[in-house]
Ligand binder design. Structure first.
Ligand code: HEM
Length: 411
């Protein structure tokens, strides 16, 4: 590698190649990253662009992200979807905004997504997971991933104060949109249909609330975000997009984390039992799972050329930050391949919600629903056992388990 005074061009480096789109890659990405670090300590190549492989490199490059923007528009372009309903949906999300617009939206929405606001919904989260367990436990055998998928949508409906009967209508669209960043053009027709349906649903939700329909007199998250729009801090179109994005942003991510926890604990019954005993322990297990296996990979595009650790990254380079792999880097975490919820500095050990200007706006909702949900699941779903093949989602975008068939003991 170049010394501090030498600068190497990115294209001159002999970097290991990570075939991240290959279905075989998603079965065991951790080992592929370990092998890549043996060839180069912090950087690899992929078909999309350079991919960081080291915890400190991800952190340090993202800390100075003033010369990078979210790479979603490039992904839309790569998919040939610029100007289409899905392309427009992506382009309008909070996540893709930059500079003043992004800052205005983040500031305006801060209190709507604060820990204080989220804590008001912990009872709702417990109630929703219990309702789902009432319905699913009598089956005695099911796909845990499918079960988990209903939980974040039902929580989001309750937080927004809208009837949960929209779930069957939107669930398959959320499922499709969750695969959007996996860079497979075969998904495009579903993505277009799903973006249109979500836009229409968000407009109907708003029209109905403005017509005075509500499921409760208590002020809810929908009132909060509508107030932001009414105060002039957010446009009507930004509000419509945000309502859609609140379903998408929290759906796949939360579902995957809960399923990854179950996957990790199928072989660790003593840890599973402790999750049932204590919410505090369920929280530790959630953070350890984020470190061990978390789903999100972020992309950024360099808006100008910059030098990092002696390597020149040209303008327009798309750079990948596989957050979920950062916690398995031996140079950052001691004994990284053992699953230990009692390890020190757990909360700081992972970047499951990203970092920097675009750190997850819904992180407190995400954390509360995962820890509360899993605490209740572990109490009622006894002695879970694997009952078939485990499937894996594509690695780019939101990775995780795709199919976790289980059996368990009767309540
Ligand atoms: C366990 C659950 C969740 C995980 C793992 C997760 C993960 C992430 C990650 C990694 C990012 C940063 C992406 C980047 O830097 O490119 C992000 C951003 C975001 N997330 Fe989440 N998320 C979760 C739940 C939620 C929920 C429940 C919501 C909303 C209701 C939400 C809304 C957002 C929004 C709006 C952004 C964009 C923030 C910005 O660009 O300023 N997320 N999320």
């Amino acid at each position: 590698m170049a010394s501090a005074t030498q600068v190497s061009e990115l294209s001159d480096l002999d970097l290991p190649f990570l075939p991240i789109e290959d279905p075989a890659f998603s079965l065991n990405p951790v080992d592929r990253f370990i092998e890549a670090r043996e060839h180069h300590p912090w950087l690899a190549r992929s078909t999309m662009g350079p991919i960081l492989t080291e915890h400190a490199a991800m952190r340090d490059m993202m800390r100075n992200d003033e010369h990078m923007v979210i790479g979603f528009n490039e992904i839309v372009e790569y998919m040939g979807a610029t100007g289409t309903p899905w392309g427009e949906f992506i382009k309008s999300t909070v996540q893709v905004q930059t500079g003043e617009t992004h800052l205005r939206l983040r500031n305006a929405l801060k209190s709507a997504f604060s820990p204080r606001m989220v804590n008001r919904y912990r009872d709702v989260m417990r109630e929703q997971v219990n309702l789902l367990l009432d319905e699913w436990l009598p089956k005695r055998r099911f796909d845990f991933e499918e079960f988990a998928s209903y939980y974040p949508i039902s929580v989001m409906c309750r937080m927004l104060g809208i009837p949960t009967d929209i779930i069957p209508k939107i669930r398959s669209s959320l499922e499709a949109l969750g695969l959007a960043m996996s860079m497979d053009r075969a998904f495009l027709p579903q993505l277009q249909e799903s973006a249109l349906l979500l836009d229409q649903t968000a407009r109907e939700v708003l029209a109905s609330r403005r017509a005075g329909d509500r499921v409760s007199d208590e002020p809810d998250l929908l009132d909060k975000v509508m107030e932001v729009q009414e105060s002039g801090e957010m446009s009507e179109e930004e509000l419509v997009n945000l309502i859609g994005f609140m379903f998408v942003g929290g759906y796949d991510t939360s579902k995957n984390v809960i399923t990854l926890i179950m996957h990790a604990l199928l072989d660790r019954p003593e840890i599973y039992a402790k999750c049932a005993e204590s919410l505090e322990y369920s929280r530790k297990v959630m953070h350890e799972t984020f470190r061990f296996h978390s789903p999100a990979t972020a992309t950024r595009k360099a808006t100008q050329g910059f030098t990092f650790r002696g390597v020149r990254f040209p303008a327009e380079t798309l750079i990948l930050f596989p957050w979920g792999m950062s916690g398995r880097d031996e140079t950052a975490v001691s004994d990284p391949h053992s699953f230990n919820p009692d390890r020190e500095g757990l909360r700081q050990s992972h970047f499951g919600f990203g970092m920097g200007a675009h750190i997850c706006l819904g992180q407190f909702i995400g954390m509360a629903q995962v820890e509360e949900g899993f605490h209740v699941i572990a109490q009622r779903l006894k002695n879970p056992q694997l009952a078939g093949e485990v499937g894996w989602r594509p690695f780019p975008g939101v990775w995780g388990v795709a199919g976790l068939p289980i059996t368990f003991d009767a309540e």
